[in-house]
Design a binder for this molecule. Structure first.
Ligand SMILES: [Fe+2]
Ligand SMILES: [Fe+2]
Length: 249
């Protein structure tokens, strides 16, 4: 029942980019290209994953609805990679095949079971929420703004989806194990914000954030998610409508 709703949500959301006309003329000026190209190329690469390990762990979780929801989730992330690739293509910007930061993230995700994988994924979703908001504010490209808006909506749902999984996994753990997990989650996020700032500060700064603003934004998201995972705050249901104004506030 719990993950049935998430499966339904991902099924309904499959046409999430259908409102965007990718053939419409779009201006992405050279000044912006100089500042943002390498950052968008890295995020485009990061969005694409086959999800083999995630799917393997999801199957071990033992709920067929969860496995189906994860399959659709992986597809949704691949769509993010696809629309960003389409945007890059439109402006004759090449895609990149690899980046070491992406490689480290993939390695961390594959280290152990489902809890670690979802925790690392959740760190990436937190960063994405702050990044795409900054990119949307920074760019004058209408197409990129529309893409960021939809990705932001999707990522917000992903945060809640991953929280649902972590909440159920945490129920079986001791107090000490929960504490260690929280420290691990916070440490990975802190380390990631430093690395992401180094490689993406041009976008983040153009979007109105200095390092402390970026760090604060990530911290406030993780604190809210931790409340949800610990059961101190309700996780919005899969089919609950999103308030986009809140996402960009
Ligand atoms: Fe994504
Ligand atoms: Fe996501």
């Amino acid at each position: 029942m719990y993950f049935q709703q998430w499966k339904d949500y991902f099924l309904i959301n499959q046409s999430h980019f259908s409102h965007i006309d990718f053939s419409k003329p779009d201006l992405f000026c050279l000044d912006e290209q100089k500042l943002f190209n390498s950052s968008i190329q890295q995020f485009q690469r990061g969005e694409h994953s086959e999800g083999k390990h995630l799917l393997k762990y999801a199957k071990q979780y033992g709920d067929p609805c969860y496995t189906e929801a994860i399959k659709l989730f992986i597809k949704e992330e691949q769509t993010h990679a696809l629309v960003l690739a389409t945007f890059l293509n439109r402006h004759d910007i090449p895609k990149i095949k690899d980046h070491w930061v992406d490689g480290v993230f993939r390695m961390l995700r594959q280290l152990s079971g489902i809890e670690n994988t979802i925790t690392i994924l959740l760190v990436a979703e937190i960063i994405s929420k702050v990044y795409y908001r900054a990119l949307m504010n920074a760019t004058t490209s209408e197409l990129l703004q529309q893409i960021c808006e939809q990705v932001l909506k999707d990522e917000e749902k992903h945060l809640h989806f991953q929280c649902c999984t972590l909440k159920t996994l945490q129920l079986k753990k001791s107090k000490t194990a929960k504490l260690f997990w929280e420290m691990y989650f916070k440490t990975i996020l802190k380390g990631t914000t430093i690395v992401v700032w180094k490689y993406h500060k041009k976008v983040l700064q153009a979007g109105g954030l200095n390092f402390y603003g970026f760090d604060d934004a990530c911290s406030s998201i993780i604190n809210e998610l931790l409340q949800m995972i610990k059961g101190q705050k309700e996780i919005p249901s899969a089919l609950a409508p999103l308030q986009f104004e809140k996402l960009i506030a």
